[in-house]
Design a protein around this ligand. Structure first.
Ligand SMILES: [Fe+2]
Length: 319
């Protein structure tokens, strides 16, 4: 069950409406790294969690907090879009040519109107929308919920890192004291959340669930001789100067090796020639069969289906 509190987690109204900034702020709501993404990501990870109760509870704590962050930004959007779009439409209406098209009479109004999202007036009536700053709708494919907590917690650290980067850029794009104060709180929460995922990763490993490489079965399946080699696959050897190129590997199970001049381990590829029924280009014209010689692909498929049907019948009936 979810229970909604009427108060916002934190809120400072903007000093003045700003529909152009509102369009930019959409990125933090419905962009790939926005609040809707972390909200759905943490909630699905929590709902799907079969691990110890502390992880499930923590995921649902933070997922629910993120619902509140979407709410905080949606509320901010309503203030940023307050009256401004309508005023611009009114101003625009005074000019018979420019006004009708752009919604403004002086150059500043024209630029402002062009920079606004028309959907904030036409579609949402002055409210935030579940989409990014250029109107791309939020998409469930942005989220990760794999069932493996270490893989997921690393995705969460990534999401919080990219999200905070974008929040900081948006903080620097405005001089509105109200917006800055509001974002200052959200930036602090993202700071906690990066710390939280780093702590969760450490906690999970110290409990013995995972090692450095996830999933740990990779140590059994993977070819050990290739597991700690760095391949220098581009000109220059500056990459040899990094930590990844020397010393004990991060999982402590190997030594990093810098392969300065890597050589292929496999042969030149010789893929099978195309089935003539698919009319692909073979390696020589002589191998291209005429349509007379090649059976019709539809007939071929129906023959194959009939064959499968016969096999099933024989298997079930024993005929
Ligand atoms: Fe958040």
């Amino acid at each position: 069950m979810f229970y909604h509190k009427k108060q916002l987690q934190y809120f400072t109204p903007p000093d003045r409406p700003d529909p152009v900034y509102a369009k930019k702020l959409q990125e933090l709501i419905g962009g790939p790294m926005g609040e809707m993404t972390v909200m759905m990501q943490y909630l699905f990870q929590g709902w799907n969690c079969r691990g110890p109760a502390k992880y499930k509870d923590m995921l649902l704590d933070i997922g629910t907090e993120e619902i509140g962050h979407v709410e905080m930004l949606a509320t901010m959007m309503a203030h940023l879009l307050d009256k401004a779009p309508i005023k611009m439409q009114e101003d625009g209406a005074k000019d018979p040519v420019v006004g009708a098209v752009m919604g403004g009479t002086n150059p500043r109004d024209v630029i402002m109107a062009a920079a606004m999202s028309p959907k904030h007036t036409i579609v949402s009536g002055g409210g935030g929308m579940p989409e990014d700053s250029v109107g791309v709708p939020w998409n469930g494919r942005y989220i990760i919920a794999s069932g493996n907590l270490l893989a997921d917690f690393r995705s969460n650290l990534h999401a919080e890192s990219q999200g905070l980067l974008q929040a900081v850029r948006l903080y620097e794009m405005t001089d509105d004291a109200g917006v800055k104060d509001h974002l200052s709180y959200m930036i602090a929460r993202d700071t906690m959340h990066q710390n939280q995922w780093l702590a969760a990763i450490e906690d999970l490993q110290s409990e013995g669930f995972e090692e450095m490489v996830v999933p740990k079965i990779a140590y059994e399946y993977g070819k050990k001789e290739a597991a700690y080699q760095f391949w220098n696959n581009s000109e220059g050897e500056e990459s040899s100067e990094g930590r990844w190129a020397k010393g004990t590997s991060m999982d402590g199970k190997g030594e990093f090796e810098y392969v300065a001049n890597p050589q292929p381990l496999g042969p030149v590829p010789t893929p099978p020639q195309p089935d003539p029924r698919l009319h692909g280009t073979p390696s020589s014209p002589a191998m291209q069969k005429t349509s007379d010689a090649a059976p019709n692909i539809v007939d071929g498929i129906s023959q194959a289906v009939e064959g499968v049907g016969e096999t099933i019948k024989r298997t079930i009936i024993g005929g």
